[in-house]
Design a protein around this ligand. Structure first.
Ligand code: HEC
Length: 484
């Protein structure tokens, strides 16, 4: 994996209007085409050559990418936004004949029952009208997924999250933790793998990326738990393993399940996790990104360029761009001319350090303007940081919830600063990191048994120095003993 030239260094900040950045051989200009939006979820290039996009507050809008003009198409009523709200949408590919838009949002009724709705609208006179409910499935405040695409054979694919109901993720009778497949009127296709069921494939945790490549391969990107964020190549009726398998069958407890069940392994996985979100296929004029999946990430706040092989089924290498420059990146779309647009999500429930900026949320444009002269070409900075200090381990595994300053997110993730559990005894820390736990709010902390005793000891020492001076010193042998 390589960190590519361009925007790794420097302070986070607005893309100055028209910053010129040199990739390896392409010179690109990066500018923001929309600002002060509210947690963008989905971007799509429209048949009108405007960008259609959703924000989590129930708005679907159109943006003129040349002038910055924005027109509101729809304000969904009755959406429920805690962590998610209005999520994904997709336009009918035969737009001349069918001016239809499929929209997915989270809803709460008067009895506090949360669902996720799939609604079809008609586009008429600059607005979306005649909502027709195609499907409604169980929802949750988070873990809903979601992403919609339409296939070349005109089926609607809908990636749904596990809504923290792990037991049902591999049950075809239950629509969560799946990729569902529907006809465009909401009915169930006769050739689905489980007769009468909308399920196309299963075993996903929180999928937020779903895309067809030019070759017709369908890829999903999903969030793992403590380990193994994944990109998977989807097949009809496939079992992708969650909640029994994260990544491959590399742990003793996973082996038994793998022996008895056919599960499909990811084409790419990440530990430490990166929190992958929206994904698009690129084959445009930025030559170093040709035949690649472009994947946005929330936790690492970066754009990942996942290069595909000639068959389009394997990921052969990865480049990382813009780390922490623009904050959380939720989605990406590509224009027919090869321009790339990314949408930020810094006004969602979990903003990173230094964000949101007053100008957030943004849609950022990347456009190739020419070649980098040979004399100016920079080399990629090789490799990842392999020295693992406690600080690195904290940043990789703990910071996304407990935050860089250790103070957590009120109501979701407890503060480590002033934590009674850390001051009382060694057991508080040992038990949290090796057993995990679930808070009264329903938020869970995964177990970190896959970290070595040495990693855990340097992590403990970092936590003591930074956040919890009362935490007793913990040695490798303490972790070893506790595991038994
Ligand atoms: C996915 C979010 C998440 C991640 C990642 C995470 N935690 Fe937690 N953590 C939680 C939640 C939720 C709780 C409360 C659990 C409970 O009350 O049982 C918690 C509780 C704790 C506590 C007890 C605090 C208290 O006073 O209740 C400690 C200590 C802790 N975490 C340390 C860590 C360390 C160290 C890491 C990194 C290895 C980490 N956590 C990673 C979500 C997370």
């Amino acid at each position: 994996m390589a960190v590519r030239p361009g925007f790794e260094a420097g302070l986070p900040g607005a893309a100055a209007k028209g910053d010129t950045v040199d990739l390896e051989t392409s010179r690109v200009v990066i500018s923001s085409v929309a600002e002060k939006q509210n947690a963008i979820w989905d971007l799509a290039w429209g048949p009108d050559n405007w960008i259609w996009f959703t924000d989590q507050d129930g708005k679907l809008s159109r943006l003129n990418p040349e002038t910055g003009e924005i027109k509101l198409l729809l304000q969904v009523k009755g959406y429920f936004r805690k962590r998610v709200g209005l999520m994904t949408f997709v336009l009918h590919p035969d737009w001349k004949k069918f001016k239809q838009v499929f929209v997915n949002y989270s809803h709460i009724d008067s009895d506090s029952v949360i669902t996720a709705k799939l609604v079809r609208y008609n586009y008429r006179n600059g607005a979306l009208t005649d909502p027709e409910l195609l499907m409604e499935i169980p929802g949750y405040q988070g873990h809903n997924g979601a992403r919609l695409v339409i296939s070349a054979d005109r089926k609607l694919l809908w990636a749904t999250g596990d809504i923290v109901q792990e037991k049902k993720v591999l049950d075809p009778a239950y629509p969560n933790g799946k990729v569902l497949r529907l006809n465009l009127d909401g009915s169930i296709p006769a050739d689905n793998p489980f007769p009468g069921s909308p399920v196309w494939c299963m075993g996903f945790r929180v999928p937020q990326g779903l895309v067809y490549t030019a070759k017709g391969n369908l890829f999903v990107a999903e969030h793992g738990d403590a380990t193994d964020d994944e990109v998977n190549l989807l097949t009809r009726g496939g079992n992708y393993g969650w909640p029994y398998i994260a990544g491959t069958c590399d742990l003793p407890k996973e082996e038994a399940y793998c022996r008895d069940n056919h599960t499909i392994f990811p084409v790419k996985s990440w530990t430490p996790t990166i929190a992958p979100a929206g994904m698009d296929y690129y084959n445009g004029n930025i030559s170093e990104w040709k035949n690649a999946l472009l994947l946005t990430t929330l936790k690492t706040q970066s754009l990942r360029v996942l290069h595909l092989d000639a068959s389009g089924t394997q990921i052969v290498s990865e480049d990382i761009l813009f780390s922490k420059k623009f904050g959380r990146l939720r989605d990406v779309c590509v224009s027919p001319a090869g321009d790339v647009y990314i949408g930020t999500s810094n006004r969602d429930w979990n903003p990173p350090a230094n964000f949101p900026l007053a100008t957030d949320d943004k849609i950022i444009k990347i456009r190739r303007i020419g070649k980098v002269p040979a004399k100016d070409r920079k080399k990629a900075i090789a490799g990842e940081n392999t020295t693992e200090s406690g600080a690195t381990i904290y940043a990789s595994y703990c910071e996304s919830c407990h935050k860089p300053d250790g103070r957590g997110v009120p109501g979701s993730f407890p503060s480590l600063v002033g934590s009674a559990k850390l001051s009382r005894s060694k057991e508080g820390f040992l038990s949290m990191v090796l057993n995990g736990g679930q808070a009264a709010t329903g938020e869970a902390m995964p177990a970190f048994t896959f970290l070595s005793d040495r990693q855990l000891a340097s992590l403990a020492s970092y936590v003591r120095q930074q956040f919890a001076p009362e935490l007793p010193e913990l040695k490798e042998s303490d972790f070893k003993a506790f595991r038994k």
